[in-house]
Design a protein around this ligand. Structure first.
Ligand code: NAP
Ligand code: MG
Length: 801
């Protein structure tokens, strides 16, 4: 043992281990293996058992049951049966249950912290001070939402049974993020924890039972990815919530395509940590240590790419190296260590392989000369210097304690580097100049932005990504919305489609309508057109109108124009967008009657359409409704406000709405003019640019608008219109990486195809699956489509000295 003078000299800490004996006792009581938690009881351990290990020692902690199809079916059945009674409880009654869960988590906080530390390898300091307090906070916060759900979102309906699949990096916290909002909104749950870290979920199930959560409301099945797949594919599950890797997220999005299941995905990240020359460098170093070495870097929103302004790069890196040279890696149960063990040997080799590859591609690896325990899953904090943008370590998520270092000169360059990734989860910005920091916060494509701080989380604040980091938010009102159904006015009757009147109207003059791309009328690529029949044609053979049959190239040109216009349009103020929409509405109104006449004249592409043609009165009603819709969209353009969340501690969080970028719109036949005007107007009101394919059978209704667009002052490329066969063009839109959101109102087959293709770059999808909507419904004058076409960006602003 070191003498006191030696200790005073070295200033070394001795070990300060947390007591884990009570957790081991619990494990011992289950030494035959754990079963699942289904319908309020624990099943016996199954035949196929797998070990869960302590990654710090490699020792097996317990054996868990690999769920079979029958287990999953049983769990879903229990959740389905529990759904009716649970969803019918009053908000207050559900609130009491969530409140009881919060209370029991607090009472058992040390046990839960120790268990997660044993199972995952993360430091007790973190599970004790961050994970478990946040778990309790989530249940408290959502007890509150259960209480006031009806008054906050009147008439909100839960989805039903939610299948929830979580990763191993924050075992119980991820459970809380998923279970608390689901139960608050009246859903029931089948949850699968990660195979490396299922123990705290099972202990939580015991606690839920103890505090009287009704049987079947929460079910937990253990096992590997195959169990996750069974949950995703289960027909009696109405919503899937997944946190994990982007590759599995994409597979789930493709798997659920066409099923109508609601889906939220929290996926990977490659988040930038941006330090300007006017930052407080000492704070920035502390923040950086937290951003990338918290939880051994196994954090989806880890600040894994340091972007530092050139003039302070040397100073910052020197400070960082000095700080890391005092780092302590070791027993996760030791209260005085900085970093524990990674979750599994597989993860260790994954991280090491990335470092080797990065060095092979020219990076310089730097690690501090500190002790690192042998035998467990330990890796030293690592810097990759001299990296190019193309380096694998800059592009790929490593999910370990590895930071790449790049520099920049100007703010626009920093923004370009920050956004040069397929991910968009988080960003951390360091500057003492609030104007500069907020400017950067606006430019960075990320769902969460931390200014002069990092890795802040709270139940009141939405968390989730943009781009390929997934969609949906967890936390806050924005997160709660993901657990209630969006009640669209689907209808069996097709409003605004009326039988042909007895007397035919006079013939219409002949013309061919072109596409509208980048503010210009252009002929379609292949020169082919299709006939649009007029009523007069069927009575006296008057000339037909024709529209172009667009193809892949036309769509690509249109997307290119929309991409080009997107930043300018998104940067406009809501007021400017409102002015443009009002002007459109005004110009439309001048031609409203004429458009009504056209709408009643041109009936479609097939003789059978005559049966469904509009009489003039109905057509005029539809045309008039468009004026009002345009006014609604204009009205909203400067009113779609976000929120200011109030997380605990000295923080305010600005939840801002941002456009998605380019939205593709595929219009249905019902109310062909009104649906087109509604979707396009609201998509652009939210700040998106659009590529719209008008109704296949009634395209003229929409192409009439081209003349109005030409006369209005909407910038070129904001609205692009391509007519033609929608299934083929929908495919091109769905496959196009330049398209961020896609609204497809078409038959079920086309919608499914679009959802599968759209999963490849995580497009935000809205599909009708062959159902028709009542486009006259007042929901379309509200903010529903704005929500659909936007993202929530949460900007954290700490305050105080
Ligand atoms: P993963 O392989 O995607 O696993 C996540 C969960 O999905 C686990 O429960 C896993 O089961 C299960 N799973 C695996 N294959 C599946 C399939 N085909 N269908 C359904 N479920 C399946 O990710 P991981 O390696 O555990 O976690 C690391 C990744 O998660 C990182 O990429 C990280 O960025 C991401 N992550 C994101 C967030 C976020 O909020 N955005 C949070 C944490 C982690 P098994 O564990 O049993 O294999
Ligand atoms: Mg484990």
């Amino acid at each position: 043992m070191a003498s006191i003078p030696e200790i005073l000299d070295s200033m070394d800490y001795g070990p300060a281990p947390e007591d884990a004996s009570f957790a081991y006792e619990w494990l011992k009581a289950h030494d035959k293996g754990f079963g699942h938690f289904i319908g309020g009881t624990f099943t016996k351990a199954g035949k196929a058992l797998f070990p869960t290990k302590n990654p710090a020692t490699g020792k097996t902690l317990a054996k868990l049951t690999q769920a079979t199809k029958a287990d999953v079916n049983k769990a879903v059945k229990a959740a389905s049966e529990a759904f009716g009674p649970w969803s019918k409880l009053s908000g207050h009654e559900r609130a009491r249950h969530l409140y009881a869960l919060a209370r029991i988590v607090q009472k058992e906080c040390r046990f839960l912290a120790v268990l997660d530390t044993l199972d995952n390898g993360k430091p007790i300091r973190e599970t004790r001070d961050i994970d478990i307090p946040l778990v309790a906070r989530h249940f408290y916060h959502h007890a509150g939402w259960a209480q006031i759900l009806e008054s906050t979102l009147p008439g909100a309906q839960p989805h039903g049974v939610c299948g929830q699949i979580i990763p191993w990096n924050f075992p119980l916290l991820m459970l809380a993020w998923k279970v608390a909002p689901a139960l608050a909104a009246g859903n029931t749950v089948v949850l699968k924890p990660a195979e490396y870290t299922s123990l705290s979920a099972l202990y939580f199930a015991e606690l839920a039972k103890e505090v009287g959560l009704p049987d079947g409301v929460l079910n937990i099945v253990t096992g590997d990815g195959a169990v996750g797949e069974m949950i995703v594919g289960h027909k009696d599950i109405q919503k899937i919530a997944f946190t994990g890797s982007t590759s599995v997220g994409k597979a789930i999005a493709a798997e659920t395509a066409g099923t109508g299941k609601a889906l939220t995905l929290e996926l990977g990240g490659k988040s930038p940590y941006i330090v300007f020359d006017d930052a407080d460098l000492d704070s920035a170093v502390e923040g950086l240590v937290d951003a990338i070495f918290f939880n051994q870097g196994e954090v989806c929103c880890a600040g894994s790419r340091l972007l530092v302004q050139e003039s302070v790069e040397e100073a910052l890196v020197a400070k960082l190296k000095a700080r890391l040279s005092t780092f302590r890696i070791g027993d996760p149960l030791d209260k005085a260590i900085d970093m524990g063990a990674l979750a599994d040997p597989v993860q260790v080799s994954h991280v090491e392989q990335h470092m080797t590859d990065a060095v092979h591609e020219g990076a310089t690896l730097w690690q501090p000369a500190i002790d690192c325990p042998k035998g467990g899953c330990f890796i030293k904090p690592s810097l990759l210097l001299d990296v190019e943008q193309a380096n694998v370590a800059v592009r790929e998520e490593i999910f370990g304690p590895v930071l790449t270092v790049q520099s920049f000169r100007t703010l626009p360059e920093a923004a370009a580097l920050a956004n040069n990734t397929r991910y968009g989860l988080a960003a951390s910005i360091w500057s003492e100049n609030i104007g500069r920091a907020m400017d950067m916060a606006g430019r960075v494509e990320a769902g969460v932005v931390w200014i002069n701080t990092a890795n802040q989380f709270d139940a009141a604040v939405g968390f989730g990504g943009m781009k390929e980091s997934g969609y949906g938010r967890e936390g806050g009102l924005e997160g709660l919305r993901a657990y209630v159904k969006q009640d669209w006015p689907w209808t069996e009757e097709m409003p605004l489609v009326h039988p042909l009147p007895k007397t035919l109207d006079k013939p219409y003059h002949d013309k061919t309508t072109k596409n509208y791309i980048g503010g210009k009328q252009v002929r379609n690529d292949n020169g082919r057109t299709k006939r649009i029949l007029s009523r007069a044609h069927w009575s006296n053979g008057t000339p037909l109108d024709r529209v172009g049959i667009g193809n892949r190239k036309d769509i690509r040109n249109a997307v290119e124009a929309a991409v080009k216009a997107k930043n300018t349009w998104a940067a406009m103020t809501g007021h400017q967008r409102a002015q443009i929409l009002y002007f459109l509405a005004e110009n439309y109104e001048k031609r409203q009657h004429q458009i009504g006449v056209t709408l009643s004249e041109f009936v479609g592409t097939r003789k059978a359409d005559l049966e469904e043609a509009r009489d003039l009165k109905t057509a005029n009603t539809e045309s008039r409704a468009c004026v009002e819709r345009l006014f609604s969209a204009a009205a909203w353009a400067d009113k779609f406000d976000g929120a200011v969340h109030s997380p605990p501690k000295s923080n305010i969080t600005l939840a801002q709405h941002e456009p998605q970028g380019v939205v593709g719109i595929v219009c249905p036949n019902e109310a062909p003019l009104l649906n087109f005007v509604t979707m396009v107007a609201f998509a652009i009101a939210a700040g998106n640019t659009v590529v719209a394919i008008p109704s296949f059978d009634y395209p003229i209704a929409a192409t009439e608008l081209i003349h109005i667009l030409e006369a209005s002052d909407s910038p070129p490329g904001v609205i692009n219109i391509v007519t033609g066969e929608s299934a083929e063009m929908t495919k091109t839109l769905a496959e196009h990486d330049g398209v961020d959101g896609l609204w497809v109102h078409a038959d079920a087959k086309t919608c499914k195809m679009a959802e599968i293709a759209g999963a490849q770059n995580m497009k935000r999808m809205w599909c009708s699956h062959g159902q028709a909507l009542d486009w006259t419904h007042p929901i379309f004058d509200g903010d529903a489509l704005l929500r659909l076409g936007s993202e929530v960006k949460n900007i954290w602003l700490p305050y105080g000295e």
